[in-house]
Design a protein around this ligand. Structure first.
Ligand SMILES: Nc1ncnc2c1ncn2[C@@H]1O[C@H](COP(=O)(O)OP(=O)(O)OP(=O)(O)O)[C@@H](O)[C@H]1O
Ligand SMILES: [Mg+2]
Length: 415
């Protein structure tokens, strides 16, 4: 295509040059003509000059006057020539070459040969450089479709179509592959995350009862070695309680993993509190912590998972004990009363309370200020409270220590 366009542009330039030469000849003829010139001889050489006129006094007003049918008068002070453009361009081969050729002057068409201008694929326009006849030459043409290398075009189109098809297919495959990889990566991350959380939870919850059972058993062994067997049964009983707790926690974990709903049953908050105090008896004793129980005797029963409620109280009491380890002695006060459709429980301690940051982040996973802490106790506790459709908050009490307030509904299904 480009090649054809270049060729046709060259043809246009030839046509332009030839017409310009012919027009300049008219100026030369007019300036050289005299009364004795032989019109016949001039016409023989320049057949486009149809007539000539000599004027003595009358000076034509205009140099150029169109006279219709492709003719025009070219006026000089003493002579005028009637020129026929059709004849002028007839022997120029380029006029056959182009589909459309036109000459206009001052916007007035002088001749128009060939098809309609607007149909031409390519168009060339240029004003001829002539003082007396500054016509605008305009030609139009279509590419020679038949001459185009169709086979090459077809082959290259096919080639590109095949290329585009394979590139798109490759991209689609790659996209799917990437998505599959991403999914695998995410499920692996989720699995690791879930495993990490579960493992951390197991470590957190089993650590205390295991340590307690171990120390009861070691104490029992010592007593047997010293042949003081009468002290052994209570130690083994305490150890059995801790091991049963481990068993119950593992049972609960199994339920979580198999997505079984934890069985809700009527729970007496007082009893669970007493049990937690019993489980942490060793820690309370070694920290010289006094328990002050102000729970109402007539609390209604809660519909809940008893192990879950036990974990909630266990984690809060453990923190309260740990917060007072550096003190000579300490205290923890528990209070509970019915409020609305649930029970409000507060556990207050005599420690130094939570720092500004701890107040903000205490329920965030892995937030801890303790050297051997995991920072999961309160995270697990909040999860357990929310699972029962309750809520938990923490604050510092002026002149005392930290206070955790837990609200649990009597029936989690009715919240
Ligand atoms: N009663 C409290 N008094 C003062 N600070 C507390 C109390 N309870 C919690 N905190 C602060 O909140 C932090 C987070 O408690 P959380 O129980 O989640 O983790 P932890 O006790 O540090 O570690 P663990 O995972 O072993 O329980 C504690 O490290 C402590 O700074
Ligand atoms: Mg803790």
């Amino acid at each position: 295509m480009q090649q054809q366009y270049e060729e046709q542009s060259a043809e246009f330039r030839i046509l332009y040059r030839d017409i310009a030469v012919k027009l300049s000849q008219h100026d030369a003829i007019l300036s050289l003509m005299s009364a004795s010139s032989s019109f016949e001889r001039i016409q023989q050489q320049f057949p486009q000059i149809l007539r000539w006129q000599q004027h003595s006094d009358i000076r034509p007003e205009k140099t150029l006057v169109p006279a219709g049918h492709g003719t025009y008068w070219l006026n000089a002070p003493r002579f005028s020539l009637l020129i026929d453009i059709n004849t002028l361009i007839a022997d120029l081969p380029q006029t056959q070459y182009f589909q459309q050729v036109s000459l206009s002057w001052d916007g007035v068409p002088l001749i128009e040969k060939g098809a309609d201008k607007s149909n031409a694929y390519w168009q060339w326009n240029k004003t001829l450089v002539s003082q007396s006849q500054p016509f605008n030459l305009s030609v139009g043409n279509n590419p020679n479709w038949g001459d185009l290398p169709w086979l090459m075009i077809l082959i290259s189109s096919l080639f590109w179509a095949v290329m585009v098809y394979f590139i798109n297919k490759y991209r689609a495959n790659k996209h799917q592959h990437d998505i599959a990889n991403l999914r695998a990566h995410f499920s692996e991350l989720t699995r690791l995350n879930a495993m990490g959380e579960i493992t951390a939870g197991i470590i957190h919850e089993l650590n205390q009862p295991l340590t307690a059972a171990l120390s009861y058993n070691e104490a029992a062994v010592r007593l047997i070695q010293q042949q003081q067997t009468q002290g052994v049964p209570p130690l083994l009983d305490a150890s059995v309680v801790q091991i049963k707790r481990i068993n119950a926690l593992l049972q609960q974990l199994r339920q979580k993993l198999t997505h079984d709903e934890a069985a809700l049953q009527p729970v007496q908050l007082n009893q669970i509190w007493l049990r937690v105090v019993m489980l942490l008896e060793k820690e309370l004793r070694s920290g010289k912590i006094t328990i002050v129980n102000r729970m109402s005797e007539t609390l209604p029963e809660l519909l809940a998972d008893p192990i879950g409620v036990e974990q909630i109280l266990h984690n809060i009491l453990t923190n309260a004990i740990q917060a007072q380890l550096s003190m000579a002695s300490g205290w923890v006060e528990v209070n509970a009363w019915q409020s609305g459709t649930g029970i409000t429980l507060t556990i207050t301690d005599g420690g130094s309370g939570l720092s500004e940051q701890a107040l903000q982040e205490v329920f965030m996973p892995f937030y801890t200020t303790r050297v051997d802490g995991l920072g999961l106790g309160m995270t697990l506790t909040e999860t357990l409270v929310q699972r029962l459709n309750g809520h938990i908050k923490v604050e510092n009490i002026e002149g005392q220590g930290a206070r955790f307030t837990v609200w649990l509904p009597l029936n989690p299904h009715e919240v």
